[in-house]
Design a protein around this ligand. Structure first.
Ligand SMILES: O=C(O)c1ccccc1N[C@@H]1O[C@H](COP(=O)(O)O)[C@@H](O)[C@H]1O
Length: 210
């Protein structure tokens, strides 16, 4: 299986193009004001329009109300929305028939309980994204978690892996898990919110070679 690669926290075209050229399959646009990677809906829409056709565009939202979610999707027209807050399974199930994009749900993983809770997203989420538990931000903290917990996942929804992945640890993470996608934000930056194009290239190279 070819691993899918998401570079999250993209804020400009240079980083987006570097990701595409390096073989990333997805870019993430974070619409969440407390994040150093926040982009407005207009900025996100412009990047979306200019995205190379090889990239799927993921819009990241955190605990948005239904009206704001609908406005965000209408404005940006992402391929996928990644919900990275406390969004309930019922919320995704109710939304899914009404939106022209796929839905992902991120879950902070610290115990086997979360793996059971994840199953409730069947019918709502097209993919789960297992991340380290929330800290200051709900995600994007550059923190890894115990990947061996994922051996206990027997749900039907495919999962991606996030949390502290970088060019040095991504290959091992791919080998250790059944993730279909790896996702990085902090691990491809020179400082919070500033992408490092060489790290993007190194991350994609390491993930593709794993
Ligand atoms: O990147 C952010 O700023 C962010 C803010 C709020 C929620 C999620 C966020 N990012 C996502 O978090 C994970 C892990 O990021 P990191 O590699 O550990 O920095 C990833 O899915 C990002 O898409």
């Amino acid at each position: 299986m070819t691993i899918q690669i998401k570079i999250c926290g993209i804020r400009d075209e240079a980083a987006m193009d570097a990701a595409a050229e390096a073989g990333a399959t997805h870019i993430g646009l974070v619409h969440y004001e407390p994040s150093p990677r926040h982009v407005t809906l207009d900025q996100a829409a412009k990047l979306r329009m200019r995205a190379p056709s090889s990239l799927e565009v993921v819009l990241l939202l955190v605990n948005q109300q239904p009206k704001e979610t609908a406005t965000a999707i209408d404005t940006v027209k992402p391929d996928i929305v990644q919900f990275h807050g406390l969004e309930a399974p019922q919320w995704l199930q109710a939304l899914r028939p009404h939106v022209p994009c796929r839905l992902w749900k991120a879950l902070g993983l610290s115990s086997a309980d979360t793996l059971e809770r994840a199953k409730a997203y069947e019918g709502g989420a097209d993919m789960l994204l297992f991340d380290a538990p929330a800290k200051k931000l709900p995600g994007g903290n550059g923190v890894t978690f115990d990947h061996s917990l994922l051996a206990g996942y027997d749900g039907a929804i495919p999962y991606g892996l996030a949390g502290g992945l970088d060019p040095d640890n991504v290959a091992q993470a791919i080998r250790d898990t059944d993730a279909v996608l790896v996702d990085t934000s902090s691990g491809t930056e020179s400082e919070p919110g500033v992408k490092d194009l060489d790290k993007i290239r190194a991350f994609c190279k390491a993930a593709r070679a794993a």
